[in-house]
Ligand binder design. Structure first.
Ligand code: NAD
Length: 500
């Protein structure tokens, strides 16, 4: 069986047969396809030692030369897009076209990081006082680490590692142990692109190595993306150890549909956002909130045939809209949520349970599910289900709809579907959610803005990529300089210096 090892100092590293292992499945066939080695603190120590040794020379290299490595990294990812997408899809289960989107959104951040000479430029004030100039510069932190979820095995590692290494840090990636191969392949390509060994290491594992990362004194910053409870624990532990932390959590994004929305376009948008990647996206749209009963009825009438026309298939089926979910355990959890929804009194309009894909009966497939008349008190509304399950929550007014999204524990993304600019503007202003779409169902910001949610969707204050990514992986040093001109010595002063 294929073994997936760590990647340290430019090559594959194993602790040998005594190492703990995790099973890696192919969700399309429901069978184990590989095992991945799970690191302990000693393996992390090797990765940190290699990163620490390599980082000073990388940071000292001029930023344009570091940018050239990033350009070559981008070219190599593009050249390997097809193979990478198949590898990613075989462990995650998303369809290959969507896997390419996953890689492309990460590639956008690599492209952004190619601008690092400009992005790291500081600020300068000439003559801030008599003969005094003030300037600030950005310096890398040293060694940083990233801990990533299963659902975007390329995009999220690239969100973190591209700005981190472009800014002159060394980076240790701890990918999800459920689909670990893409992270390793990306690191191999980075080395092929000219990145010095040690600047990007990949260490696999579970809580054991995550805790070792959080406690390690030589790791200065940790970026985490995953579920909220773990994000919060990771944030607290890392912050207590004095690290810079950014921890993105779960989501339950609402799509609010006003009576004047273009319903055909809205339904087309909701379908992809609710069911794409089997709903396993933190920016999925698992809740739609039609405003008014007439809108609810019209929306429901259009959603039903659109859902019935969806095709569920294996990752390599070019016609499939989405593939299997990631694991048998996750499939069982989604099915339990569907039963809970029934028990709580929601109306199960379309039941996706019990679906078997012919020829792939053991794959982790679920047909799409639709619930109507879901209410805010239901557990199935409050929790993130992370599967192909869409819930309709009817709201009497636009204010009630905004209130729903604002009061939800998660605040990652939200969308409004309307032709009314005034209503949309008010919505943007009022809603307590970090990323807002106006007639855009999945408002993941482009790579030169930043990604981050509010409330239990994000812990820490700097978002992913864009200028926040550069800020997170650098620290600012501010210099106040005066060069001696000669002449009389100025008087001693025991008062805090001021400029008048
Ligand atoms: P997860 O929380 O189970 O795992 C995330 C990472 O944490 C993995 O690398 C995992 O190995 C590690 N981990 C797991 N248990 C741990 C523990 N007890 N202590 C320390 N580390 C631990 O998340 P997942 O199931 O891989 O991913 C899905 C979740 O991620 C969803 O909740 C989704 O909304 C969220 N997500 C959020 C964003 C965002 O940007 N807000 C993006 C993608 C996914």
């Amino acid at each position: 069986m294929r073994a997936i090892s760590h990647f340290i100092d430019g090559s594959s590293v194993s602790a040998g047969p005594q190492a703990r292992r995790g099973d890696v499945y192919d969700p399309n066939i429901g069978r184990q396809q590989a095992w991945v080695e799970l690191a302990d603190a000693a393996m992390l120590e090797r990765a940190v030692a290699s990163a620490k040794a390599a980082q000073p020379a990388w940071a000292a290299m001029n930023p344009q030369r570091r940018a050239r490595v990033m350009f070559e990294f981008k070219r190599l990812i593009e050249a390997n897009m097809d193979a990478l997408a198949h590898l990613l899809a075989s462990e995650h289960g998303k369809v290959v076209s969507d896997a390419k989107g996953d890689i492309q959104r990460g590639l956008d951040v690599v492209e952004f990081a190619c601008g690092v000479p400009h992005l790291m430029k500081g600020e300068y004030t000439e003559g801030a006082g008599p003969g005094i100039d003030v300037y600030s510069l950005r310096q890398p932190l040293g060694v940083a680490a990233g801990i990533t979820p299963f659902n975007f095995p390329a995009m999220i590692p690239l969100w973190m590692l591209a700005p981190a290494i472009a800014c002159g840090n060394a980076f240790i990636l701890k990918p999800s142990e459920r689909d670990p191969s893409t992270g390793v392949r990306l690191a191999e390509l980075a080395i092929e692109a000219g990145l010095p060994p040690g600047i990007l290491n990949v260490v696999h594992g579970d809580k054991v190595v995550v805790d070792a990362i959080l406690d390690h004194p030589d790791i200065k910053a940790v970026s985490f993306v995953g579920s909220s409870d773990i994000a919060q624990q990771v944030y607290a532990r890392g912050a207590a150890a004095g690290k810079r932390m950014q921890c993105m959590g779960g989501a339950k994004n609402h799509g609010i549909v006003l009576p004047d929305a273009d319903l055909d376009q809205t339904v087309a948008d909701i379908m992809g956002a609710a069911y794409g990647s089997a709903g396993e996206r933190c920016m999925a749209l698992p809740v739609v909130v039609p405003v008014g009963e007439a809108t609810a009825e019209a929306l429901r009438a259009k959603l039903i045939p659109a859902i019935e026309a969806l095709r569920v298939g294996v990752s390599t089926d070019a016609e499939a809209h989405y593939g299997p979910v990631v694991s048998a355990a996750h499939k069982a959890k989604i099915e339990q949520y569907i039963q809970m929804g029934v028990d709580e009194g929601a109306e199960l309009v379309i039941d996706g349970r019990g679906f078997k894909l012919q020829g792939h009966e053991d794959g982790y497939f679920l047909a799409p599910t639709l619930f109507d008349r879901v209410t805010p008190d239901m557990q199935t509304y409050q929790d993130e289900i992370f599967g192909p399950v869409l819930q309709i929550v009817r709201a009497p007014t636009v204010e009630a709809a905004i209130d729903l999204a604002s009061k939800h524990q998660y605040g990652n993304g939200v969308a409004i579907f309307t032709r009314n600019g005034d209503a949309a503007r008010e919505f943007v202003s009022q809603v307590e959610v970090g990323m807002v779409g106006i007639n855009v169902p999945i408002p993941v910001p482009v790579s030169y803005h930043s990604f981050g949610g509010w409330k239990r969707s994000g812990f820490g204050d700097l978002n992913q990529y864009g200028m926040d990514g550069i800020r997170f992986f650098t620290r600012t040093k501010t210099v106040t300089a005066r060069w001696p001109k000669g002449g009389p010595v100025t008087d001693q002063s025991f008062v805090i210096p001021t400029l008048r």
